[in-house]
Structures are given as structure tokens and as C-alpha cells.
Design a protein around this ligand. Sequence first.
Ligand code: CA
Length: 123
Amino acid sequence: MKRLLVTTAAALFAVTAGLALATSASAAECPSGEFCVWQNSDFGGQRANWSGDDGWWESWISDTDSSWANHGISGPGIKDHVKVYESAWQGGGVTICLAPGQEVGYSGAANDRGDSHIWSTGC
Ligand SMILES: [Ca+2]
């Protein structure tokens, strides 16, 4: 009987450790329903966040974006993807596009290039 208890405790510990790992895998601190951008990679440094579109990012975040998280709410017909553009007012090319729930800790192609973004129904 004692052996059975020890085994159960070990199994519980394994489940708890698994949950802790799953929590830390979602690294980005970003409010539900919002799009977040950080100045540094891996969601570090100053964070900007928006629930809507922004055609003109403030100077401190424009061309300094290095990680991104889309915590938008998903649903039928809802604009739940986010497109980041290299120029203001959705000009130039798309530097990065995020699906709902997607978090990107670094992208060489998009690093320090964003100036504006819109919510979209797709990428
Ligand atoms: Ca940066």
C-alpha cells in the first residue's frame, strides 16, 4: 500500500511539472484581445499593444519591433489575424503576419521594420 501511495505522488508531480512547462511555453505577456509588439526579441523591453488598427506607430516602437504576439479573439467573420507593414498607413510590404494566438519571439525578416498594422481576416 505504501508503494502505491508513492507511485501516485510521483504521477501527480509529473502532471504538475507538465502544467508548469505548458504555462512557460506561452511566454508573451499580452492582454486577451490585443496585438502586442516588443522592442526586443523574446518579448523583452518596452511593449506596445492595441485592440484595433494603427496606421502610425509611435516613434519609440516604429522600426524597433523585434517580437510579436497576436492574442486576438477568434471567431467566424472576425478579423483575428494581424498584418504588420513596413511603412505608415499600411504602406510598403507586409513584414510579418500573425494568426490568432501566434507568438513570434524573433524574425530576421521583420526585425526593426514595422510602422503600422491592421487586423485582417487572413494572412
Ligand atoms: Ca528591436
